[in-house]
Write a protein of this length. Structure first.
Length: 250
């Protein structure tokens, strides 16, 4: 049984919450007492996940986070369904191709940066005003160890996640006068659908860099996110929570 983290009566948004790390976060939030809106561009999968987890506590909302207008509409739908937004977890992302930078397709570069970094910006931009109004909020951005170290053959992904780390630090300082904490997590790779976007060589490279000699479990990422999303995380902001199995703890 996981340790108890109190999210009772909290209302959360988890982007990309229909599968993988996002779904694990949703499940941990539900176990902690929260109600959750899953924001996902895959409408069928979001509704399937919500149905499996319980529609009385999970609201599926179809949204493409790269489109600010859609994100703003999703905020309105979430507020109508849940009443408020206490927690925002920016989890949605893609890995992109594994090739050398000088061979990297420009359109793929733009797609990775737009989803991973601009999508996070869009969601923060749209949600922060309501958190300021209620003088409470917890924002947790899912970055990556690649954003600290820069994985070879993954320049777009590494750059986008480094940008998420920097965005977290900037926004944390901007919101420090409020009871709003903005932090990010930097997990090593987990066995999720994102593996389908990677070469076997790249997966093997990432595993070889982890001192614990295994991939992170999605439940382990969810546990750290749940703490960062709780009221107990009241002083730390603009921080990076390492979940890399010892690869890079700075």
């Amino acid at each position: 049984m996981p340790n108890a983290i109190d999210l009772e009566n909290r209302r959360a948004v988890v982007t990309g919450g229909a599968q993988g790390i996002g779904r694990a976060i949703v499940e941990r939030f539900l176990a902690s007492g929260a109600k959750v809106a899953i924001w996902d561009r895959d409408a069928d999968l979001a509704h399937k996940t919500a149905g499996e987890l319980g529609l009385e506590r999970v609201t599926p909302i179809t949204v493409d986070i790269t489109d600010l207008a859609q994100v703003e509409r999703a905020v309105e739908e979430t507020l109508a369904a849940l009443g408020r937004i206490d927690i925002l977890v920016n989890n949605a992302g893609i890995s992109g191709p594994n090739v050398k930078l000088w061979e990297y397709p420009p359109e793929a570069w733009a797609q990775v940066l737009t989803i991973n970094l601009t999508g996070t910006f869009n969601c923060c931009r749209a949600v922060v005003p309501t958190m300021i109004t209620q003088n409470y909020g917890r924002i947790v951005n899912v970055a990556s160890i690649a954003g600290k170290e820069g994985n070879p053959n993954a320049s777009a992904y590494s750059s986008s996640k480094a940008g998420v780390i920097a965005l977290t630090k900037s926004l944390g300082k901007e919101l420090a006068e409020y009871d709003i904490a903005v932090n990010c997590v930097t997990p090593a790779v987990a066995k999720t659908a994102i593996f389908d976007q990677m070469t076997e060589e790249h997966v093997a490279y990432m595993l070889s860099k982890i001192p614990r000699a295994r991939f992170v479990k999605v439940e382990e990422v969810a546990a750290t996110v749940a703490f960062a999303a709780s009221a107990d995380c009241s002083f730390t902001t603009g921080a990076v929570f390492d979940i890399s199995g010892g690869r890079a703890t700075y």
